[in-house]
Ligand binder design. Sequence first.
Ligand code: NDP
Length: 397
Amino acid sequence: MANLLIIGAGGVGRVSAFKAAKNKDTFKNIILASRTKSKCDDIAKDIKEKLGIEIKTYALDANKEENVIDLIKKENIDIVCNVALPYQNLPIMHACIKTGAAYLDTALAETEDNPDTYYDLQWALDEDFKKAHTMALLGCGFDPGVTSVMVKYAADYLLDELEEIEIYDCNFGDHGRHFATNFDPEINLRELNLPGKYWENGEWKTTKPFEIQVKHKYPECGEATSILIWHEELESIVKFFPNLKSAKFYMCFSDKYLYHFNALKNVGMFSIEPIEICEGCKISPLQFLAKVLPDPQDLVKNYKGQTNIGVIAKGKKDGKNKTFYIYNICDHEKAIEETGAHCVSYTTGVPAIIGCKLMAKKIWWSEGVHNVEEFDAKPFFEEMEKQGLPIKVIEVE
Ligand code: NDP
């Protein structure tokens, strides 16, 4: 049994806390801490009402390593599930190193002064985690997270030689709003505004934003325009599967979404450069936009439809060319009914708690800093089935 500290009380924190409470046989004490304590209290109240489980809450500014250290010590924490923002990854990791707690996150670290960092900053802490006799599991949401586990599953259980992967992510849900992002608008819009990037024949290739578009058929859901973008799991997938000939990530967008996206982009609303709007008062257009867009939490009121995220894995089996589609479908209404959060949060929070559970049970355990591709995919998929996100595998032409 492990004491679990969840940091962050947004949609993903909500799902993580609910799922941890449903796994009380693994997590002895569950603590939820975030910048705004009232958000933690609301989640704790809902969990108490729905599941009859008590979780403790705290106000915590996780940008300050010493605050995290104090809370870890006070509550005798074994595992920290970091589902706050990527800016908090490094201070929380340092707090884990100093206390010996295990660490997990769902997005790669960023710093305020350099939003373009990659896994390097976190991989560089490998020796420190080893010396502290504990581990960090990076990027254990859905994408990054489950998509990499799908690649690992294809490599270990479906194919003799894995040659190409394509990741497809589509939200077929409708929340009835003209334009909204499903998670932190600042992070979401910046991600889409970057040049596309993919791996081919041993090197990274870049595209202009939204340059490569394909019509893709999502199993059980239908066809949708999908755009090649850079996504962070490509970096770890290419590291752990160096023989891959190609690795690409596509995300689908509705015409309505693209119409608003292009208009806002064309007038400069995605710039992170602060501009003076009154004397001595500077704000970046993107931060301003994030404040006027709907709160991702509010989308739950009318969210209907499904998400479909999966990996097409191509390669050789017994000398023959084979292609498999490994995917998950998540239903917004069911996710909201269970946890009060839509699928974009649900598909992140559930894998995060599965990662914590596998670490707590030492099924996924190795001192140092690790990505999910380094561990056996089977126990993870077994938990996905039990925890409400079943994985399907089909062979395609
Ligand atoms: P939200 O913005 O809804 O929630 C983030 C939470 O972090 C808020 O409760 C916020 O507090 C809290 N927080 C912010 N700064 C601090 C701080 N300094 N100290 C403590 N808490 C802080 O985001 P989501 O729940 O949607 O996403 C959470 C994480 O999951 C993000 O890192 C996101 O990138 C990642 N993610 C990963 C996905 C994947 O598939 N891998 C998909 C979707 C998200 P406050 O309420 O006060 O603002």
